[in-house]
Design a protein around this ligand. Sequence first.
Ligand SMILES: *Cc1c(COP(=O)(O)O)cnc(C)c1O
Ligand code: SF4
Length: 441
Amino acid sequence: MNRTIKSYTLHNYQTIPQVASLSEELIHDIEVVGRVLPFKTNNYVVDELIDWSNAETDPIFTLNFPRRGMLEKRHFTAIEKLVDENADRETLNKKIQQIRLALNPNPAGQEHNVPYLGEIKLKGIQHKYPETVLFFPSQGQTCHAYCTFCFRWPQFSGMSELKFAMKEVDLLLKYLRIHKEVTDILFTGGDPMVMNASTLEAYIRPLLEPEFSHIHSIRIGTKSLAYWPYRYLTDKDSDDIILLFEEVVTAGKNLSIQAHFNHPRELSTNAVKKAISRIQNTGAQIRTQSPLLRNINDKPEIWTEMWRKQVDLGCIPYYMFIARDTGAKHYFEIPLEKCWSIFRRAYRRVSGLCRTVRGPSMSDHAGKIQVLGVQEVKGEKIFVLRFIQGRNPKWVDIPFFAAYDPKATWFNQLKPAFGEEKFFFEEKPGKLLVTKPFLFE
Ligand SMILES: *Cc1c(COP(=O)(O)O)cnc(C)c1O
Ligand code: SF4
């Protein structure tokens, strides 16, 4: 394995030796779908993760490579026609842009979470739950490879007006100085671990100063352990990253790596095992999360294996998410009842050490809503739900009920149970009850 990352996109993926083994049909689909959805993979994923002898059904292939079903048929046909006709760039780009906008590029009203500092809109910050601030460093708005299911994809496809990004760490620090209720800062992206060590240091070091003693935890959301574990082993600045992590821990902060793993195979290489252990030796913890995705990990056995492997490696299973309503969702989505059923069949087979995982959960405008299950109460079938996190913290952990709907794949498709007009946290049907504590708009 070559330890220098080599990226492949629509422009050069044909140079991947294994691609020669793909059927003409798969190549054609890449050529069409790859115009609309962002496509990037790398030599580690290609050489160590994908099973090329089963590319047709391989979950890791599907995780990185554009496939026919990821576009709706009418969108696929429209692009296919333009590609076949050799349409001029302008016509093609116009169509691509039009389709992208139809794919709900910015789901769950994330723009509502962007706070202000006086008159200044802090585009690189999201602050939805009182204790945790999300920070999107502008140099971290890409990833070592792109997940085909990703809801952050507008950030990669040049739709700059939708980017939540911010250069100045200054504004972040100013904001945190006046928000003493914040205990956690979560660096996210894209993937913050694509930044070089000195940029990351510039963001993190100031937070170790006494004036930020209210910040207890620094979290980094990253897919690097799955897509480029050599980030922690053999990159030019790998040792500096490790030293930075040690520095954070020595300063008395909790450092939590929120690692994205979608499939147990991502936990199986020597490189990932070494990288995990090297991070843990700094005193940092690794928590894991993934969405539940049709065509990738929609079997309870996969989750059982994944959680067990994570615990074997000293990681803490943290979240199972329900796929967001954006991009190629129709290809990955699973009805809520089935999500719960997969979760529970996996959960009941593992020991309590794996049961730190919470889910299946939807990150909706109102909060993180967990599907606790399906029940029947006096002859009416219902979903039992609860907020793991709420836009209003008072909503957290109160069970509530929605009418059973076997097809529903997201919260916005659910209606209150028992003929009620609205959910307990709504003022009018579909409208959030906005009592104080926490609105920036
Ligand atoms: C999930 C999430 C968090 C963190 O929630 P925890 O339960 O503390 O992990 C913070 N902000 C937003 C917007 C989130 O979606
Ligand atoms: S690593 Fe995360 S942000 Fe990057 S493409 Fe995958 S899901 Fe999206």
